[in-house]
Write a protein that binds this ligand. Structure first.
Ligand SMILES: *[C@@H]1O[C@H](CO)[C@@H](O)[C@H](O)[C@H]1NC(C)=O
Ligand SMILES: *[C@@H]1O[C@H](CO)[C@@H](O)[C@H](O)[C@H]1NC(C)=O
Ligand SMILES: *[C@@H]1O[C@H](CO)[C@@H](O)[C@H](O)[C@H]1NC(C)=O
Length: 263
């Protein structure tokens, strides 16, 4: 009776040990930096993997991404034609009775839309989107945007009008694609937001953080391979954090296993 119990418990230990090995193999695989790089957000407009779009994407706002892009030329074409209207049913001329969006402001929103749709470097900031059911399974959170980009964007838009201080929520979708979808009153951006930081962080519901660290921030329009480097650094940080967690869990499991086998 006692022997059978010991045998059984040895077998359990063996199974546990194999389980740990298997689990670690899976975990180690999921924690390399490469797993966070060259990825596209899972949503209706994004491609599955980044790739070349080439000449078709020339002469558009999104051209900087033409050789490695998460958007198709068609998305690019839509952005140039009507901003976020074809893509998301959101109008940028939200207050046509007062003033339509100025061109200098619109340039920034177009660049932002290209950045979001086309950049293959947002992988480390992709998270599951638990709220949107229809258009996307994933979103980005806390992408560090260079201070200079936020400042220029806010400054060029501060005299322009909007009717919503968080473009991710509040819209009346039964009036989609028209100013009637507005949830709040028409006010200048500078009246909704007191600073470029607030503007950058709040308007897109936490997708961006205003970064004062010039060495480690993303440019809305890529400058050299800066965005690639920032993305790689973040991917390595994420991978090493995951590896550290995995190591400590592995350590605890291994010591308890050894303890079990010895005593
Ligand atoms: C894309 O690649 C082509 C051919 O190699 C090159 O001429 C072009 O400048 C590249 N575009 C960008 C935006 O890097
Ligand atoms: C491009 O987008 C338009 C409007 O969203 C759509 O009607 C059209 O089918 C798309 N074309 C391609 C080639 O995907
Ligand atoms: C804004 O654009 C709409 C549509 O093109 C136009 O009807 C409206 O008059 C414009 N508003 C102003 C203030 O110019």
């Amino acid at each position: 009776m006692h022997d059978m119990y010991t045998m059984l418990s040895k077998r359990m230990n063996l199974i546990l040990f194999l389980g740990v090995i298997f689990w670690c193999a899976v975990f180690v695989h999921s924690s390399t930096a490469d797993d966070y790089l060259n990825k596209c957000i899972s949503s209706t407009n994004h491609k599955n993997v980044p790739g070349k779009e080439g000449k078709a994407m020339e002469n558009y706002h999104c051209t900087p991404w033409q050789n490695k892009s998460c958007c198709t030329w068609n998305t690019t074409d839509n952005i140039d034609k009507d901003g976020a209207l074809s893509l998301y049913n959101i109008v940028w001329d939200q207050c046509p009775k007062i003033q339509n969006m100025s061109d200098k402001c619109k340039q920034h929103f177009k660049r932002d839309t290209c950045f979001y749709e086309c950049s293959p470097n947002l992988g480390p900031w992709i998270v599951a989107d638990t709220t949107s059911k229809k258009t996307r399974k994933e979103r980005v959170r806390n992408v560090p945007i260079c201070k200079s980009d936020c400042e220029a964007w806010f400054s060029d838009c501060s005299e322009d009008y909007t009717c919503n201080d968080n473009w991710a929520t509040g819209w009346d979708w039964s009036k989609k694609g028209t100013p009637a979808m507005c949830p709040k009153s028409c006010k200048k951006f500078k009246d909704y937001f007191s600073s470029a930081k607030q503007f950058c962080e709040k308007l897109f519901d936490g997708s961006f953080v205003y970064s004062e660290n010039n060495e480690n921030c993303m440019n809305m329009v890529p400058v050299g391979d800066n965005n690639v480097k920032v993305s790689e650094k973040k991917a390595e940080d994420l991978a090493s954090t995951a590896a550290r967690i995995q190591q400590s869990i592995f350590g605890v499991l291994l010591s308890s296993l050894i303890y079990n086998l010895l005593f």
